[in-house]
Design a protein around this ligand. Structure first.
Ligand code: GLC
Length: 646
């Protein structure tokens, strides 16, 4: 019989109270259990059926343990976050994404660079995978061999906790990846599965024959068709086929097994107690498999996320989830919680579409597809936020829907081909220097690697010694950042982009990286370049100065609180993106010129919103007189009512 959540939780409460010495601690724990226990149990029942009752008991025991182990400083943070549940939506949130070794050598080394991050205005630091990976190729650390150990060359778990504390003291939240979909084949669970232990074989999807893999393969796409074709790999030791969506050495976990769920609650708690405040749920879309589908975005993914979140809210309510789901907009919204799960899943999700549309409009000098994509984009729950970004460590896949394209008068396949050609530098007149990643002849997909600066034309301009082209490239980059910083959500700056760092081709000489050209846009931080960031006579200085101006302006604009969504208006000029943020404090209109020509914009489109406008970026007033105002090449304006304070 399936237990009734309320009865089960009541019986639990009496038992659990005994596990606390201090009455106040017990009260806090039980109040949270009261709030989130039913949600947790219900979700477990939905996925694991009858096994849920016993699982729930074991889980609550694990959560009590986690609570006992939670350091006092983090418990204070829990309180602070409960008092400010919108902390990730605030207009002053700013993320920075870096590889520990490439940024600072080691975890300890980061401390010396905190003044740099503070100067930039960073409030959130995502350190790229740093838990112990397998040796050799490891997909940039996304093949984890031990979730409770740090890569030894970067430091120790103690160093991670120390850094967490240090960051917290400076008002910076630490974000780490949690790879949920797979582990390295060298992870203990996989090793024991290979040795034939049935318990651990049940942690994975393993098959003796090809029948089931073949049946699944019929509807599965390929993530890495170039260097890891297919979704299953033969494992000699166990004599079985293993599900490996990504690389052969990354074994997909079987989340249908409740033991896997329990393991991850313990891992999450362990890391949260070491100061991780935001978990980036890596490749979350893939964790549930279903025959006859692409085994992405299955409903169980969301039920499981809700259960993980409920468990974390009991032991570490300061913690937030960020979904890494690079999927179609209609699927993406479910990660923030749709319908019965509205606003109860991840607190944040990557806005991949926005990023893709930025590069698309930059190439076409036309914003009509951008507009269409945003008009068709489903609204997000008000308590959630976007991770908005110009570039990240991954390739850019041209996620443009045929439907949006058709509505904008384009052919989806043709436009995607154009973008690949353009950013590979093959299209006549292209300013970009990018590399084709994972050409899939079956689907025609040609994804693109490259640093923001190289894709925006700085590399070519520099090679030609063309100063005017350099200026345009920097202006392009500032335009893209102005859109993300002015969109609402947490802007995620990718290390080095604040200095317009170019592609780094040294990966070609490294046998562990040569096959994966995403390394071209993962260069080491150039601290010499950073030294010149205050000098407007340098490329780095112009980039940094422009970006700092945008960041400073953003932090003063309550209009950018992420509870309010950006709206898109049909722009009277197809080269100018026209966005609005209608916040109760006032309206902010964003105007973004995606072309290298000055562009007129009719005053009549602005006057319905306010009579006298100030550009919040430059602080200058913009007279709304005459027929039109003019936007400079790649110009951007954040117009607010001159009367609005701030
Ligand atoms: C995510 C990461 C990517 C990695 C993949 C597999 O998409 O961003 O770098 O290859 O997951 O873990």
């Amino acid at each position: 019989m399936t237990p009734d959540p309320s009865q089960l939780t009541a019986a639990q409460s009496a038992r659990l109270r005994l596990a606390f010495d201090d009455d106040r601690d017990a009260d806090t724990f039980l109040a949270r259990l009261d709030r989130y226990g039913p949600e947790l149990l219900e979700s477990l029942q939905a996925v694991y059926g009858e096994a849920a009752g016993e699982l729930y008991q074991r889980l609550t025991d694990a959560l009590v343990l986690g609570t006992h182990e939670r350091p006092q400083g983090l418990k204070r943070l829990d309180e602070a976050r409960l008092l400010r549940p919108d902390w990730l939506q605030q207009e002053d949130a700013l993320g920075y994404v870096a590889y520990t070794d490439r940024f600072a050598g080691t975890l300890k080394g980061i401390k010396a660079h905190l003044p740099y991050l503070k100067e930039l205005g960073v409030s959130y630091l995502h350190l790229m995978p740093l838990l112990l990976p397998r040796e050799g190729e490891n997909d940039g650390g996304y093949a984890v061999a031990d979730f409770r150990a740090v890569r030894p060359d970067l430091g120790s778990m103690q160093d991670l906790s120390d850094l967490g504390r240090e960051l917290r003291g400076q008002g910076i939240s630490l974000c780490l990846d949690l790879v949920l979909n797979h582990v390295a084949q060298e992870h203990e669970w996989a090793k024991r599965a290979q040795a034939g232990e049935a318990k651990y074989q049940a942690y994975f999807h393993m098959y003796q024959g090809r029948e089931q893999p073949d049946a699944y393969e019929r509807t599965l796409p390929e993530v890495f068709p170039d260097f890891a074709p297919g979704n299953f790999s033969w494992n000699e030791a166990s004599g079985r086929w293993v599900w490996t969506t990504f690389n052969t050495y990354q074994w997909d976990l079987n989340w249908g097994n409740s033991e896997v769920f329990l393991e991850f609650v313990e891992i999450l708690t362990y890391l949260a107690n070491r100061g991780v405040e935001i978990f980036r749920l890596d490749a979350i879309a893939f964790i549930w498999k279903r025959l006859g589908t692409d085994s992405q975005n299955q409903p169980e993914v969301h039920v499981l996320t809700r259960a993980l979140r409920a468990a974390l809210r009991i032991v570490a309510p300061a913690v937030a989830f960020k979904a890494e789901a690079i999927v179609a907009p209609s699927d993406l919204i479910s990660y923030l919680g749709r319908g019965a799960h509205h606003g109860q899943l991840s607190d944040m999700a990557y806005h991949n579409s926005l990023m893709v549309q930025l590069w698309s409009s930059l190439a076409s000098r036309d914003v009509r597809l951008f507009e269409q994509a945003l008009l068709n984009f489903p609204p997000k729950p008000g308590n959630t936020t976007w991770g908005v970004y110009v570039r990240c460590h991954d390739d850019i896949g041209w996620a443009i829907s045929d439907h949006d394209a058709a509505q904008a008068g384009l052919s989806g396949p043709d436009h995607r081909r154009f973008l690949s050609d353009f950013y590979a530098g093959e299209y006549p007149g292209s300013f970009a220097s990018g590399l084709v990643f994972q050409h899939n002849p079956r689907t025609g997909d040609r994804r693109i690697s490259g640093s923001a600066a190289s894709l925006a034309g700085l590399e070519r301009a520099q090679a030609l010694g063309d100063g005017a082209a350099e200026t345009l490239a920097i202006q392009r980059l500032l335009l893209l950042h102005a859109v993300t910083l002015g969109f609402g959500g947490v802007p995620l700056l990718y290390m080095g982009d604040e200095l317009a760092i170019l592609n780094d081709y040294s990966f070609e000489g490294d046998p562990l990286q040569a096959a994966d050209n995403r390394w071209v846009h993962r260069p080491a931080m150039d601290w010499d370049r950073a030294e010149k960031r205050q000098d407007p006579g340098t490329q780095a200085g112009r980039m940094y100065g422009g970006l700092r101006q945008l960041i400073r302006a953003r932090k003063r604009l309550p209009h950018l609180h992420a509870s309010v969504e950006s709206e898109v208006f049909r722009s009277p000029n197809p080269a100018v993106l026209f966005l609005a943020r209608r916040h109760p404090v006032g309206t902010l209109l964003g105007l973004y010129n995606f072309s290298e020509q000055p562009q007129p914009f009719p005053v009549a489109a602005l006057t319905p919103h306010f009579g006298r406008a100030t550009d919040a970026i430059s602080g200058r007033s913009v007279p709304l007189v005459g027929e039109s105002i003019t936007l400079a090449p790649y110009g951007r304006l954040w117009l607010i009512d001159e009367k609005t304070p701030g």
